[in-house]
Design a protein around this ligand. Sequence first.
Ligand code: IVH
Length: 812
Amino acid sequence: MDNPALRIRELTGLLNRYAYEYYTLDAPSVPDAEYDTLFRELETLEAARPDLRLPDSPTLRVGGEPLAGFESVRHEVPMLSLSNAFSPQHESGTFDHAEMYTFDGRVRGSLGGRQPEYVVEPKFDGLAVSLLYRSGVLERAATRGDGSVGENVTPNVKTIANVPLRLHGDQVPELIEVRGEVMMLKADFAALNHQQAAAGQKLFANPRNAAAGSLRQLDSRITARRRLHFSAYAIARREGGFAPATHFEELEYLKKLGFSLPEGHYGVFPDIAGALAFYEAMQQQRPKLPYEIDGMVVKVNSLAEQQKLGFISRAPRWAVAHKFPAEEALTVVEAIDVQVGRTGAVTPVARLQPVFVGGVTVTNATLHNEGETQRKDVRVGDTVVVRRAGDVIPEVVRVVLERRPMSEAAAVSDGLQGDMFAGPSESRSEPVYPPYCLPRHCPICGSGIEREEDEAVARCSGGMLCRAQRAQGLIHFASRKAMDIEGLGQRQIEQLVAQDWVKHFADLYRLDIPTLQQMKENADKSETQPENGGETLSDGRKNGKKQPPVKWAENILAGIEASKQPELARFLFALGIRHVGERTAKSLAQAFGTLETVRRVPEPLLACLPDIGTVVAHSIARFFAQTGQQAMIDELLAAGVSPKSQPVTLLVSQYAQPQKWLARLSGYKTSETRAAALWDLAGRSMAGLINDNALPAQWQQWRSRPENLALLHSIEAFLNGMPSENPNTVSDGPAALAGKTFVLTGTLPTLKRDEAQALIEAAGGKVSGSVSKKTDYVVAGEAAGSKLEKAQALGVAVLDEAQLKALLDSGK
Ligand code: IVH
């Protein structure tokens, strides 16, 4: 296009429409890339001809040069405040709306007894701004300030994506001043704080503070990077355009002009009862809303009636802010205990002095984990802010440090009267309680509490040995993808565990009908006891007479019996080893063939398997290193469980080449290249690695530790015991991918390149470095480059990781 002015006008219009569809209507009509391309074209044109930039150009949204300070703006129509009304909530959940009935009574009184309609809308927890549009173009934006004079924040407000830079529709007034709230949506707030934390910067206390801090930036480019949101709620003045008769019409008009309104969260009601019902419904929804609100605003709908009602001091008599009960309150931490969850997760819990917050009395609050507790520095005796929003678990938000109990160190530790011996150290008082630390042992089973690197959550390592984790472990064990015990559901397992009939997996295989019946009887009794004193009889003894054994118990026993010969992978999955999912269990089964072998694989070899990294390998090795777990497996075998063996289809020579496992030895830091050199020096033999005294000093030093030498011996013994030929390729005829050539390109979502290669080769395929007509498949991941293009040009089949895995699985 050779007329830049025309093209600039066209692009400005198009981009503003797309932004409106995206940010206000939430219904984009073009892909993001199209927007970006047009945006860049406009930027280029404007850079060449700055004089042609339009006042509503979307390029203004990225912010401009920093200001020296904000100019003052006098509000033509003052920005008033609202009076508040509260509805205390009882423990039962019901509200006391007396203050609202008083408001309604006063309004009706002033209207000569007439019943007004009410509009109810969210009371946003952000900050009020006033936007002035002349001839449809945003001319000036100002903060509320003291209500009469605010600050000019126009460049900043222009960066807010859902503020129209030019008004829409065919009823655009000559002049309009729109009032509304600038806020930060909860999701954007969370992302911002996440970013702040990653950059080691101060966190914002809440979305309101974040919005205020972002809007009041002298550098509007910073505002542009913070995602703010604007919701309109009133027209302060207007010349021309459409003349609404009610507040609701005013809101609909604002919507037509291109403003965002809280869709579905406002409405018009015939009387105060309707308004209150809506308030209660919104309070329920509050935690799920995308923005923070601290109540609902109730406004008389008719503008004529509003005028009649007028103002008292600085608030309208026709509106009221109907606040929600506070979600936060102050209380004192009496103790910090830990809770062990069903998955073994250990969570510190603050025991609190009871406090009424968010409609209920709270006595406990989660502290999430040790790191979080230390970051917030919550200690016994502290006064804390607790928060309970909706149905979520109450949490400790922060400590009020000024109220932390302090002791004069020397006097207290000596047990002496502080004021008698108060010397110069009096001002050096110390917190009475030390910073919080998790206990080292599980309060339930005494097993060690462990935390993996990079993980926030600590866990009890007891597994099935810990009462808290037993039910969960058994539910997993019996589940469809594990041992697949039909008839044994979550409920029965929970009852068996609660009554201590089942403590280990093997106990399941010792169950009999009388035990199951007894279990059910006890369970029924404890469920019905409060009502009838426990006289209910179980299914098995209706009318006091013994009935024949019931079918349900027989079914459970049959299901248990039928599970005794599981496939090896299912059995391994059923054990509930941390990080061992179905896929890993399958890899283990393919690589080792029998349970006896899996039980003694040295950790460095595990870490070489495709799909298994060092964390998973460590978790598996740690599991089998525990005598308690090995005993549990022995008991299962003794109880008649016998996992099926299978041929080894993944040869140790295919995945665990010496340089690979050498590079994965714990405590011996080396690369695969250097490990390959070491292997060469050792004469490519285990004997050399173990005995050669001419090897590099670092190796000899590592080897000199008895446990490391023992590990080498166990690796040697293990490797000697593993088959060296792949039955898949030798005895079972051609492997699934025999003769097929693969090329790998780009980054695959889960498999590393060498893992993918090992999997392909294990299935008989070949991996080559370049694409040709002879290539059978190209496996392409993220950022695949020229190889992918070449494959497409040559018509070679292209697979993604999932398709590769499917192909590999199809051959099994
Ligand atoms: S109407 C004269 N509507 O509440 C009427 N205000 O206490 C004045 N606010 O500064 C405002 N949501 O920041 C109105 N839906 C809403 C509101 C709302 C939040 C804030 C506004 C104002 C304060 C008044």
